[in-house]
Design a protein around this ligand. Sequence first.
Ligand SMILES: NC(=O)c1ccc[n+]([C@@H]2O[C@H](COP(=O)([O-])OP(=O)(O)OC[C@H]3O[C@@H](n4cnc5c(N)ncnc54)[C@H](O)[C@@H]3O)[C@@H](O)[C@H]2O)c1
Length: 367
Amino acid sequence: MKIGVPKEIKNHEYRVGLTPASVAELVAAGHEVLVETKAGMGIDFDDTAYTKVGAKIAPEAAAVFADSDMIVKVKEPQPGEIAMLEPRHLLFTYLHLAADKPQAEGLMKSGATCIAYETVTSNSGALPLLKPMSEVAGRMSVQVASHYLEKEQGGRGELLGGVPGVAPCKVAILGGGVSGINAAQMAVGQRADVTIYDISNERLAELDMHFGSQIKTAYASKAAIAEAVARSQVVIGAVLVPGAAAPKLVTREMLGTMMRGSVLVDIAIDQGGCFETSHATTHDDPVYEVDGVIHYCVANMPGAVARTSAFALNNATLPFVLRLANLGAEAAMKADRHLANGLNVYKGKIAFKAVADDLDLPYEAWA
Ligand SMILES: NC(=O)c1ccc[n+]([C@@H]2O[C@H](COP(=O)([O-])OP(=O)(O)OC[C@H]3O[C@@H](n4cnc5c(N)ncnc54)[C@H](O)[C@@H]3O)[C@@H](O)[C@H]2O)c1
């Protein structure tokens, strides 16, 4: 198959759909890969890194789209990219269509087969192509919190892990899923005093087994969260209710009980955020203060560590890219129901029920 990798054009997006290592695997499997010039420049993959492993370089995105059957990207296609999609194309990337009707309608009009990373499933019912980005965001959340606790950044002037003779900061992690456990691992590594709150008793038991005495766990009742907020220097929001807006666990009122210069990191901001006072921010201007409490609410945290994120994403996507390239979209989806769950748009119709319902567009099952 001919596989195309355009340069990402969304603002501040430096990740790339295929790393040179992934291209090498595809070339070894007998496929042709066409990469837009400078596609990997932002994360130190120059064109030579791609030609060395057998890719061809295209001078512009139009040439990539014109000469490829499958397009592998990171972010949802922008209007100019949608205009280049045709019915013969297979698009494999993050789409997040439920919140983006113009994109959904554009993809329907294109006639292309569009498989979204975020709805591909695994045997355990998890979302394996979202997981690496939650891992990145979870680990980053503690790094970011430590930074903003510094006096220069407007924080309390406290070191997360303290020093001998000075107590470490208290870190409350709301939600102990993928991002929550990764945040906890980093916070424990920095010797913070960590408590994870969740409403799943099963998950709390797993976390207890995993960390032993390194952390505490608590059921996420309103009272427990109120208490946590009042005594923690860092609160990390990492909850997810699949398919729904994040619950507002920390109210405006609770915020008033927090110490001045403490830090909230709302990882769940992409689902609306779990603090009442959260609103989405960008890497250009990542924080703001309410009641003297620093809020970090960047909706695409992994973008800040684009190189790590590109590798992590490719580790997860490559097996699916190979299957799609080897078998073609339809046969690959017939052979793997988890990949088929990724199908969002097919032959001009929305093929994912929840997206069709959310956008009030007609749904048609693909097979
Ligand atoms: N901001 C970013 O850049 C970024 C990056 C990656 C992921 N995310 C987002 O982070 C959020 C978390 O993702 P994840 O992969 O860790 O999810 P996950 O499903 O692995 O974990 C979510 C956890 O939240 C718990 N939970 C649900 N409701 C709760 C409540 N009321 N109180 C306490 N716990 C509750 C669940 O039991 C689960 O353990 C999602 O919204 C995801 O989209 C954001």
